[in-house]
Design a protein around this ligand. Structure first.
Ligand SMILES: C[S@@+](CC[C@H](N)C(=O)[O-])C[C@H]1O[C@@H](n2cnc3c(N)ncnc32)[C@H](O)[C@@H]1O
Length: 316
């Protein structure tokens, strides 16, 4: 096993709140779409009877290694883990003969083991190769993207996914450096370029924060994955099944909030105003944020927002 799989720990955010909201039937089948280091999964298993089942997913091979090898291996016969992305949840479960589940949990973003391992290239706090892929077996790294994309595309990514006011300046500086024969290859090189291009500092925030967030979201197609995962929940959840999503920044939370709001409304089709309105497929059960004690113990939980919805009997 790769040593990194067990070397770094993850403190689970909203552990009890999420599992309380998710598990309504101890005999049910549940999906943890973001296994990480299994904090939520372990508590879900504690809540299930012998008949219950937990299917876990993660796109990071190291998360899979942590669940299947060494001291952190999960040997519970009710549990299985699958290396895929939650955007692919419907075909993944179909291949396992599962078409309906009682709950789907998505604890979005990256885990501490990913951020804290310099080799993964997620953090401007350490120097390492500028990779940022959660699934290191496929796709393009952040460095590869910055080596080939044009200035406009780089600026759009940094503006749209990082909400960075100086996106154009950062993109120009990156392209100028590349054209000078010295493309950025490491996290330190990227944060140095950004620090020079970003003119106003936000209090308590590293100038590279927004650019790193943007590239991570882009490289991992995080928002598209989220849209797809939410849509899949409508097909997969049985009546009364729960959707629980924990997000860590406003771009994610906006997507979750809008999706639940749209699916919790019975809408009249404007083109056919006398037809039956589109039935509500979800009922929103609200929003929860970590309490003061959790934020003090785990500052990373500060920005977390959990939203919960329940599937109605309306057809998908
Ligand atoms: C915040 S961590 C989850 C932590 C976990 N709940 C725990 O308590 O240990 C997010 C995990 O989800 C995975 N992930 C993020 N997006 C994913 C996606 N689209 N498909 C599958 N896994 C994803 C990441 O690789 C990471 O391991």
């Amino acid at each position: 096993m790769s040593t990194a799989a067990n070397d770094y720990l993850h403190t689970t955010v909203l552990l009890h709140e999420a599992v309380d909201a998710l598990v309504t039937d101890p005999d049910g089948t549940y999906v943890d779409g973001t296994y990480g280091r299994g904090g939520h999964s372990r508590l879900i298993l504690e809540r299930l009877s012998d008949k219950g089942r937990l299917l876990a997913i993660d796109r990071d091979p190291q998360a899979i290694a942590a669940a299947t090898t060494g001291a952190t291996r999960v040997t519970d016969p009710r549990f299985s883990i699958h290396h895929t992305s939650f955007g692919q949840i419907v075909p993944t479960l179909a291949a396992l003969g599962v078409s309906k589940v009682d709950g789907l949990l998505l604890d979005l973003g990256v885990s501490s083991p990913q951020i804290d391992d310099p080799e993964r290239g997620f953090s401007f706090r350490f120097d390492g190769p500028l990779d940022m892929r959660m699934d290191t077996t496929r796709g393009e790294s952040a460095a590869e993207f910055l080596a080939r994309a044009d200035e406009r595309h780089i600026a759009e990514v940094i503006r749209d996914y990082g909400e960075e006011r100086f996106a154009i300046q950062v993109a120009k500086a990156l392209v100028a450096r590349r054209e000078g024969g010295n493309p950025v290859r490491t996290t330190r090189e990227l944060s140095d370029v950004v620090a020079r291009a970003v003119k106003t500092r936000e209090p308590g925030q590293d100038p590279a924060t927004r650019t790193f967030q943007a590239l991570r979201i882009f490289v991992n197609a995080e928002l598209e994955e989220l849209e797809q995962g939410l849509k899949s929940a409508l097909d997969l959840l049985d009546v009364g099944g729960r959707l629980v999503v924990i997000s860590f920044h406003s771009l994610e939370d906006r997507i979750v909030k809008t999706f639940i709001a749209r699916e919790s409304k019975s809408e009249v089709d404007r083109r056919a105003p006398f037809a039956e309105p589109k039935p509500m497929r979800l009922v929103s059960l609200g929003r929860v944020k970590p309490g003061e004690t959790e934020v003090r113990a785990n500052p990373r939980s500060r920005s977390a927002v959990m939203r919960v919805a329940e599937r109605t009997e309306a057809a998908a």
